[in-house]
Design a protein around this ligand. Structure first.
Ligand code: SF4
Length: 211
């Protein structure tokens, strides 16, 4: 792997359907993350989803189950969707990077952020998903997804919660990743993060609803 370029492109299938992408992504070796992880965690949701949510990377639970946003951060996202009046059935959820990145500490696997090379390597999967889905609203969850889709100069905390000018979808809004709620040091800071997420999701929903 050391001498090979980090790039998922050679693993993308010629036939572009979500099922074909998902099947091909299961065998991706486009960067070094596939080997220690259990499996590829591809996006999930209806092809005609109104909203697409892009997170960072699968977590421990997602890696074991092979499904995105099924762990504690996913529960936070589900709660925020309800609070913002977004129907979960109309959403497709995925990640900027499709394999779990972690560090082993004893029996625990501690989540690590993917680095810039891994984010870039995995980007072809994300772009291929978006190309097929063509959502009406794209919600970018956290700095890693923002880096992948909006570039490294994007300042999440300065620009979250407002509609962005982008070719990616008619409505594009960036917000915090729901896992940042879980990292809050106390109930108050967790609630403050939760409020940011809900408010930003409301902006996405309301912008979409505007005539
Ligand atoms: S993280 Fe992405 S590019 Fe790297 S091996 Fe997994 S699917 Fe391929």
């Amino acid at each position: 792997m050391a001498d090979e370029p980090f790039d998922a492109t050679p693993f993308l299938p010629q036939r572009r359907t979500l099922d074909a992408l998902r099947d091909a992504a299961a065998g991706c070796r486009g960067c070094d993350l596939w080997e220690p992880a259990t499996q590829t965690v591809f996006g999930e949701g209806p092809k005609d989803a109104t909203f697409v949510f892009v997170g960072e990377v699968p977590g421990d639970r997602e890696d074991r189950e092979g499904r995105p946003f099924v762990g504690p951060a996913g529960r936070e996202l589900d709660g925020a969707l309800v609070a913002a009046g977004i129907d979960r059935a109309e959403t497709y959820v995925t990640n900027a990077v499709k394999h779990f990145r972690f560090e082993e500490r004893g029996k625990r696997r501690i989540h690590q952020k993917p680095d810039a090379k891994q984010i870039k390597a995995c980007r072809p999967w994300l772009l291929a998903e978006l190309d097929l889905l063509r959502p009406e609203a794209l919600v970018i969850l956290g700095a890693t997804a923002a880096k992948s889709l909006l570039g490294s100069s994007f300042k999440l905390m300065a620009e979250h919660g407002r509609p962005l000018d982008s070719d990616l979808a008619p409505v594009v809004v960036a917000t915090i990743h729901p896992s940042s709620i879980l990292r809050g040091r106390d109930g108050e800071s967790r609630q403050a993060q939760r409020d940011i997420l809900v408010e930003d999701l409301r902006v996405a929903a309301q912008t979409l609803a505007k005539p």
